[in-house]
Design a protein around this ligand. Structure first.
Ligand SMILES: NC(=O)c1ccc[n+]([C@@H]2O[C@H](COP(=O)([O-])OP(=O)(O)OC[C@H]3O[C@@H](n4cnc5c(N)ncnc54)[C@H](OP(=O)(O)O)[C@@H]3O)[C@@H](O)[C@H]2O)c1
Length: 318
């Protein structure tokens, strides 16, 4: 019914979202901002997260509808834990979480807390946020989580995720490490869906398309031009890219459309189900990532509070 040209306004056109509380990360820019704008316009209460409370407040103030700003710096796990506490403190069922914030293709290796920064920000920060908000999500009658992945999940390192080089010290490539973090987003959607589906929570991953946003701020050469210059941005749209309004459509569709109710563990692109890469379908790799992430976050979470129904015999195959 909808396709790559559909906009966020079109895919939500018929919907009254006034019963929903929706947490979105990265609301001050690009797809996150458009997603907040449209979902708030349809009546949802949007809890808008940005790196700082000032950025979140400014973004929330500039849209119509009910919004609550919260601070969430995803590369700072204390900030993520504090965001989860603030959201839990609202004492509301959290009906949707859209893990939208992200960074892409950092030209130089950046390491924080022992992890390469894209993996820490795009994957680990969101993983912690989702883990800590599981009880708030389970309070909803129809909860959905949407995790922004990317077609770039295919451009990854050998083996999909290189667990022995997550700090990049043995070699770093901007795009492969972006791809690795986006593969981690996709795999997390699968494993989280497996763990939460018995509570009626559906988790899916999406590729939004190729859209000129601030995401390309670090890109060099032609790719940098395409992402930063308005004219080249138009060229990008004419040659298969999308506008921001179209780019926000798939996450809005998966988060709200009735046809996606009760659908979980899938990957969507252009408002349709799509096939992830081989690594993106590898349950053993997904489970290994889960174990790695809960171990890494042991200061923040109790791994026993979310267990898998999925029985995997040999995690070393990944
Ligand atoms: N645009 C595309 O072509 C494309 C393609 C595939 C996938 N995606 C995915 O779509 C998502 C949205 O990207 P976009 O295109 O809308 O890019 P964007 O305009 O750059 O927005 C990214 C958002 O993430 C926030 N963010 C970055 N680092 C953060 C951190 N450490 N903690 C908290 N928030 C942080 C940014 O905040 P600041 O403004 O404060 O930095 C901004 O609000 C990303 O996950 C991206 O990987 C985009």
């Amino acid at each position: 019914m909808f396709n790559k040209k559909s906009t966020a306004e079109e895919v939500t056109g018929e919907l009254d979202l006034s019963e929903l509380n929706i947490l979105i990360t990265g609301v001050n820019s690009g797809l996150g901002y458009e997603t907040m704008r449209v979902l708030a316009e349809r009546g949802a209460h949007v809890i808008g997260a940005a790196r700082t409370i000032e950025k979140a407040r400014d973004a929330c103030r500039s849209v119509q509808g009910k919004t609550t700003p919260v601070a969430c710096e995803l590369s700072d796990l204390d900030s993520v834990a504090s965001c989860a506490e603030t959201v839990t403190g609202l004492d509301l069922p959290i009906d949707r979480i859209i893990c939208n914030a992200g960074i892409m293709a950092l030209p130089e290796l950046q390491v924080k807390d022992g992890l390469e920064l894209q993996f820490l920000t795009n994957h680990m920060g969101h993983f912690l946020l989702l883990f800590l908000l599981q009880e708030a999500v389970k309070r909803s009658d129809d909860a959905r989580i949407v995790v922004l992945s990317s077609a770039a999940h295919q451009l990854t390192v050998k083996g999909g995720i290189n667990f022995s080089n997550l700090d990049g010290e043995q070699g770093y490539s901007p795009w492969q490490f972006y791809g690795q973090s986006k593969l981690a987003n996709l795999l997390t959607a699968r494993t989280l869906n497996d763990r939460l589906s018995e509570y009626g929570v559906c988790v899916n991953a999406v590729h939004p398309g190729v859209i000129r946003t601030n995401l390309g701020r670090d890109l060099k050469g032609l790719a940098g031009l395409l992402m930063s210059q308005p004219f080249f941005g138009k060229l990008l749209e004419w040659t298969g890219g999308k506008s921001v309004a179209q780019g926000a459509a798939t996450q809005c569709f998966v988060a709200t459309h009735n046809s996606v109710r009760s659908v979980g563990g899938r990957y969507f692109s252009d408002c349709q189900e799509a096939r992830p890469s081989w690594h993106g379908r590898n349950d053993a790799l997904a489970e290994r990532l889960w174990q790695y992430s809960v171990d890494y976050l042991s200061n923040y979470i109790d791994p026993q509070s979310m267990t898998s129904k999925h029985v995997l015999t040999d995690l070393t195959e990944a």
